[in-house]
Structures are given as C-alpha cells and as structure tokens.
Design a protein around this ligand. Structure first.
Ligand SMILES: Cc1cc2nc3c(=O)[nH]c(=O)nc-3n(C[C@H](O)[C@H](O)[C@H](O)COP(=O)(O)OP(=O)(O)OC[C@H]3O[C@@H](n4cnc5c(N)ncnc54)[C@H](O)[C@@H]3O)c2cc1C
Length: 469
C-alpha cells in the first residue's frame, strides 16, 4: 500500500505550488453515483497546468504517496473512489481549456478537465461533431472519458473514446511528461503509449490533454422509438438498417419495458409515448450527409417495410427536434429511474450480437431459481453491450437482498464468461470488478498488465487498488 497524504507531506507539497492548489476534500470527491462506495483522501489537489501536475506527481513518487486521478466523478465502477489509504486526489477540473481547433483537419485539442458537453459545444462552434455522447456528459470530463474508454450512444457509428483520440499529453507515475499530443492519424513509432493510457483508469498516469477526432455534422437526422416483438427481431432490424443505411445508423438502443415502468413509478410526470407499452423497444437514429436527402422520409419508408415484415409492431418517428430530444431524454432517464429504485446489482456486459437473445433468455431463468427480482435489461444493442441490472421485487428494497447480491452477480458473470464474452463492456474495472478481472481475465494478459504496471509505477502510487490488486 502506498503512503497516505499526511499533513506534513501536504505542507511540503503546498510550498511548491500556487496558493489554494491543495484543499481539504469536499464530500463530492468521496461519493460516487451509485452511492455504494465512500472515499477517503488526505486532500484534493487542483492543479492549473501540466507542470503543476508533474510537480505533484514527482512529490508523491518521492515519498510513495498514493494518487487518485479525478475527472467528473461519474464513473460507475468506483475507479475514482479509494475507500481507504487517504491518498491525494488530483482533480483536473481547473484544466478545462480548449487549446485549439482545426476544422480543416477535423481535430480539437482539449485539456483533460474539459466537460464532455463543453467539448461537444466547442466542436459545434466550428460546425463539426464530437460524437461521444452519454447521459453523464454534463459532468464527466474528457480525461475521465478517455481513462475509462467510455462508450455511450454513438459507438455503432463513431467508435468509443479510444477511437476518437489521436494524441495524448500525460504525466507518468515518476512525474515525467509524455508529450504525445499529436494530431496525426498515422504514427507508427513503436509502442503505443496513448492506447496504453486510454482505458487504464488512472493506474498508469494522469492524462492532462488530448487531441480528439471530429466529424462533419449530419445534414439531416431522424430518430424513432419502435416496438419490436423480441430481441431477435431487434437484431434482424439492426441488420436491415445496416444494409439500407450503412454507416449512417448512429444509434441502436434496446430498451425493455422495465426501464419505462421504473420511470412511470418514480417520475410519473414524464410522458411515455407508446401505449400499450411493449416488452421490448428500440430507439434508433440515422444521420445523413447533405447529398443523401431527408433522413425522416428514408426512416419512415424503412419502418413501413419493417412493419410489413413483422419486425416492428408500433412506433413513433420524431416529427421535430423537440420530439427527437424527448425520445432521447426518455432513454437517458433510465439510469436515473434505476437509481431511484435502487439496484441489487448492475452488470455492463459485452456479447457478440448473435448471442444476445440466448443470453436474455437464459440469464433471467438462472436468476429466478435463486431470487424473486425485477430485471432491467437495456443498452447499446448495436455494440453488443447490455446493461443487465437487477432490482428488488415490488415492495422490497435492495437491503433485503444484501446476502444474495454477490451470488446473483456470479450467475450473470459466469454465464457471460461461459459464452466467452466480457464482464465489462464500457464502464471499466475500477475497484468494483477487480475480483472479476482476476477470476475471468486471461492469464497471459493479466501477467503482461502486472509487468507493465510494475515497470511504469514501481511504487504502485497511481490509483492504488483500482484495476489490479
Ligand atoms: C448517468 C450516467 C450514465 C452513464 N452512461 C455511460 C455510457 O453510456 N457509457 C459509458 O461508457 N459510461 C457511462 N457512464 C459512466 C461514466 O460517465 C464514464 O465512465 C465517464 O467516462 C467517466 O468520466 P469522469 O470524468 O466522470 O471520470 P471519473 O469518474 O472522475 O473517473 C473515472 C476513472 O478515470 C480516472 N481518471 C479520471 N480522470 C483522469 C485523468 N485525467 N487521467 C487519468 N485517469 C483519470 C479515475 O481515476 C477513475 O478511475 C455513465 C455514468 C452515469 C452517472
């Protein structure tokens, strides 16, 4: 275990930094969205520049003090929360500048503390799109997005955070600065440190800035919420949409009615447009370039064909930008409704598309043998990524299931592993899934990961307890 950030250490460090860089930790740094973990910290450091980050990391390295890099605090696997050890939290929130934009290159450079929604707005300001989009985009920061290799709603078309990053500037665990902030699409100069740091969840260094890929904005978009008879029908619909629209299918989300039932139960003022509510729905969006004509007409004609083929039984195509936003708001409210109910256990699993119907049939059967629960399965079907979350039966609370929660997760993850799939699709390992990584991870990969960690961070100061024990 690294050393705590003691008052004596903090006094020495404060002398090397501008006033007000170190502060006692406010409660928000010690909480996480699902309210399951409580953090500890000696202090929070709020650096303004990469040089200050380097000064902080060098001091921590010299005295073996633990560091927890911190973005927006929206991570769902407790990577940003150290429950013990009083480390130094290093929050990038003051480093939020957009350092530059290059519309002709489709590139933007943002500091790690830039809020995702601000990066999207900066891209829109030069008539470009930064396509990373997730429900926490008003709080999550680019450094956190890259460190968790976040996915979100548009991976189907644009890829995940890793695919959207051309270059990185970072402070490594010895305090040296990696100047990898290149705007190059080709750079075959040996090991790829950028890709090592992306998805490392703060265990190999602190990302301080990133060169990000932008895209032309769609000239015409259309969004629809559709009732489908089954997940298998949803997959057939996805395949047909791919054949008809190619890369212009931006999102293809699967929604089970349980998510909308939770919204109705805990936020009855939100209007749910489909009635009667079907068991399974798809929220899909297409975005056309100028030359392709109006997206709405194309989507409507596609849906007419899909209804004739029995793949869609009911649906709404958004008739205005306001309606389009309403449909997306519904989808993005599902995590909040889940939180209102209080999950017994949440799972973020990745499966080959063709295994999904089988998984969705088998997992509830296996779980029902052990406990009376409600299941909310939803997620990014186009990416094979399901959020498979377990909730108490009506009239009970998650506390009633405290003794069973671990066994229930084991059932889900064992099934995922048996199918040769992944127990972490887009949220990462953090502290929540360290045991899962040890149990299910490939032995050679784990050994290589440990060797890399030891080589770069021999004192284990970077985010101790996250990803690897
Ligand atoms: C309502 C809601 C919806 C969400 N939806 C999605 C979704 O659709 N897809 C998805 O992928 N995720 C989703 N998430 C999870 C979360 O938003 C992402 O993981 C996000 O990328 C985390 O960013 P952050 O800035 O909040 O990071 P934090 O929570 O602060 O940190 C996350 C991890 O990254 C490390 N870290 C943070 N900043 C840095 C840095 N500069 N350098 C090195 N390490 C760093 C931390 O130590 C920690 O391990 C959702 C979360 C919520 C609350």
């Amino acid at each position: 275990m690294p050393n705590p950030a003691t008052p004596a250490f903090l006094a020495r460090l404060a002398a090397a930094l501008p006033p007000d860089t170190l502060r006692p930790p406010e409660p928000r740094y010690l909480e996480e969205p699902r309210g399951k973990w409580q953090g500890s910290a000696g202090a929070v450091a709020l650096p303004h520049t990469v040089e200050e980050v380097a000064t902080i990391v060098r001091a921590c390295a010299a005295e073996g003090v633990g560091i927890v890099p911190y973005g927006g605090g929206t991570g769902l696997v407790a990577g940003q929360i150290a429950p013990s050890g009083d480390p130094l939290i290093v929050s990038l929130e003051r480093m939020h500048a957009i350092r530059g934009t290059w519309a002709e290159e489709n590139v933007l450079i943002a500091e790690a503390g830039a809020i995702l929604a601000d990066v999207q707005a900066a891209a829109a300001g030069i008539d470009r799109l930064f396509p990373l989009s997730l429900a926490a985009e008003g709080t999550a920061r680019i450094g956190g997005n890259l460190s968790t290799n976040a996915g979100g709603l548009n991976v189907l078309r644009y890829g995940n955070a890793r695919d959207l990053c051309l270059g990185i500037e970072a402070v490594l665990p010895d305090g040296s600065v990696f100047h990898g902030l290149k705007r190059l699409r080709k750079d075959n100069t040996g090991y790829d440190l950028r890709n090592l740091l992306i998805g490392a969840e703060g265990t190999l260094g602190i990302i301080t800035a990133a060169a990000l890929r932008l895209f032309p904005r769609s000239a015409s978009e259309s969004t629809a919420l559709l009732a489908v008879p089954s997940p298998r029908a949803a997959l057939e619909l996805l395949a047909r949409a791919g054949a008809r629209f190619g890369q212009t299918v931006t999102a293809f989300e699967l929604i089970h009615r349980q998510g909308f039932d939770f919204i109705a139960e805990t936020m009855p003022y939100i209007r749910i447009p489909l009635s009667p509510l079907p068991d399974w729905m798809v929220l899909t969006e297409i975005g056309f370039p100028q030359a392709a004509g109006p997206a709405e007409e194309a989507l409507e004609s596609f849906l007419a064909d899909a209804m004739e083929a029995g793949l869609v039984t009911d649906g709404i195509v958004a008739a205005s930008e306001g309606q389009r936003k309403e449909l997306w708001l519904l989808r993005e409210t599902i995590p909040e409704a889940n939180r209102n109910i209080g999950a017994i256990a949440s799972h973020d699993v990745s499966l080959p598309l063709s295994e999904i119907p089988d998984f969705l049939a088998r997992a509830p059967q296996a779980l029902a043998r052990v406990a009376d629960i409600r299941i909310n399965a939803f997620g990014h079907l186009g990416d094979g990524n399901l959020h498979f979350n377990l909730f108490p039966a009506k009239g009970r609370t998650r506390k009633d299931y405290a003794a069973q929660a671990e066994a229930l997760t084991r059932i889900v993850h064992d099934l995922v592993h048996d199918l040769d799939c992944s127990v972490s699709a887009e949220h990462g390992i953090g502290r929540l899934k360290v045991d899962d990584l040890t149990r299910y991870g490939d032995a050679a990969k784990l050994a290589a990961m440990r060797a890399i960690k030891t080589a770069l961070d021999p004192k284990g100061i970077m985010n101790p307890g996250a990803v690897l024990t």
